[in-house]
Design a binder for this molecule. Structure first.
Ligand code: HAM
Length: 446
């Protein structure tokens, strides 16, 4: 039997792996401009971190989590012995709960109210039905800002997210930024009751799952993908009509700051997002090109109660995460995916066996100077070495044969113009650097 990668996972071969790496680097540089530092947390956590952080009655926790048992857990279960928290683990479906857990465990948020900004990159795991843009293992970059209560922190996170998409190369016109406020502990309970009553009044026209949610978590009904349910729920009460004064003022300030930053958005009173920790601002960026029904590229919001869930002091927080495979799909669908393949600065070709040590040493000299160099290791003919050079995309080939060896030089051939010139071996590094600069400038002019 041929082995295969599990359903819903992908082997990222070099072109795709480089494409995702490019997006992660962009996240690193953009998020750095806003003061975010990198954090890495484990790929699995004690199950309760996610149950407590995200909410038992969310799809992510209730239906999509990969559970992991510690090696001794099965035996303990068979014996009826109690399991410890470290026996019952889960692969992370997202990283916000992990970051909140880590922030409390390591006392990351100082009591003086200073803000801590953290960003992350990594794979997340959700046992969803795989389809285009929906995987069981996928990559996210995300950012979490802890300790900032003011609306400018919400607006800054949204601006940073849109800045990131712009740097990735997605045209602004291909994106839709949706914004909503979900209220807080003061105003959400009354809203939940109204939505519950609405669901029960319209039970005959809603799916059994939505009706069940009336009693467990009524706002989750807004996430239902069933078109009939969506139409019915379009007439449900709107949270924005019921916000308390503080939440309404916060929401108005976030919108005013986005207006000031000239970031266009659409208000969507049905946007509740699929995770229970949100309070006040929520946002989502959607795109149609390349994504089909999985049209959310990224999203997030404020979660002012999450740190307390993990035993920390009351600490406001907010953040977002972006799905990298979806970003790449949109870049490809809009014709904006650059070739992220690494291209050598030079290919070195040996005319005969005696030239091989010379080109080997020359390649090392170029690499030591920070220039990627490629050469043949299979004793290929000069013709095949040129074919290889062409395939590699190197702008120049350095050829060394008996004449060049005698002259202490290499023949440098420009692959685009086919021009050739002889370069002294000790001038090769500068000559290749010059060609790289010329190629880069040419690319920019185009
Ligand atoms: P989320 O909306 O569940 O939020 O996921 C963020 C993004 O991850 C989605 O918009 C999507 O691009 C990508 N994504 C989610 N599921 C899949 C999947 N099965 N396959 C491929 N891509 C997927 C969160 O994860 C929150 N932690 C965001 C956040 C941070 N909120 C506050 N801070």
């Amino acid at each position: 039997m041929a082995f295969q990668a599990p359903r819903g996972t992908t082997d990222l071969l070099p072109p795709q792996a480089h494409a995702l790496d490019r997006i992660q680097r962009i996240a690193c540089s953009v998020f750095g401009l806003y003061g975010y530092g990198l954090i890495e947390t484990p790929a699995f956590e004690q199950l309760d971190v996610f149950v407590r952080g995200i909410g038992q009655d969310t799809d992510v926790v209730g239906k999509e989590m990969f559970h992991v048992l510690s090696p001794g857990a099965l035996a303990k279960q068979a014996e009826g012995a109690p399991l410890r928290p470290d026996d019952v683990l889960a692969l992370r479906p997202e990283q916000t709960a992990s970051v909140a857990r880590a922030a409390v465990q390591h006392g990351l948020v100082p009591p003086d109210g200073a803000t801590v900004k953290l960003w992350y990159r990594g794979t997340m795991f959700r046992a969803e039905r795989p389809q285009k843009g929906r995987l069981r293992e996928f990559h996210q970059v995300g950012a979490e800002c802890l300790g900032a209560a003011g609306p400018s922190a919400d607006a800054e996170a949204v601006v940073m997210l849109m800045h990131f998409f712009e740097e990735c190369g997605i045209p602004r016109g291909a994106l839709r930024l949706l914004l909503n406020s979900m209220g807080d502990a003061a105003c959400r309970p009354a809203y939940r009751s109204q939505v519950r009553a609405f669901i029960l009044d319209h039970a005959a026209d809603l799916c059994p799952e939505c009706v069940r949610r009336a009693d467990t978590n009524p706002l989750r009904a807004f996430d239902c993908k069933n078109e009939g349910c969506r139409q019915v729920l379009a007439d449900a009460p709107r949270i924005t009509d019921l916000l308390c004064d503080d939440c309404a003022a916060h929401y108005a300030s976030v919108k005013a700051l986005l207006d000031a930053a000239r970031v266009p958005y659409e208000e969507d009173p049905r946007l509740v997002r699929g995770l229970d920790y949100y309070t006040r601002t929520v946002f989502e960026v959607q795109a149609d090109a390349g994504l089909g029904s999985q049209n959310a590229l990224g999203g997030g919001g404020r979660y002012d109660g999450l740190i307390q869930e993990f035993g920390g002091r009351p600490t406001p927080g907010l953040g977002f995460a972006v799905g990298l495979e979806r970003v790449q799909l949109v870049l490809e669908a809009t014709g904006n995916a650059p070739d992220a393949r690494p291209v050598p600065a030079a290919y070195l070709a040996a005319v005969d066996e005696d030239a091989r040590p010379v080109v080997f040493a020359l390649a090392q000299e170029l690499r030591a100077a920070g220039l990627a160099a490629e050469l043949d290791h299979q004793g290929r003919s000069l013709k095949s070495q040129f074919k290889q050079a062409d395939r590699s995309g190197a702008p120049v080939v350095l050829v060394v044969g008996p004449d060049e060896r005698a002259a202490g030089a290499a023949r440098m051939r420009h692959m685009g113009t086919h021009e050739e010139r002889t370069v002294a071996l000790d001038a090769v590094v500068d000559a290749v650097k010059g060609e790289c600069t010329a190629t880069q400038e040419g690319d920019q002019d185009r």
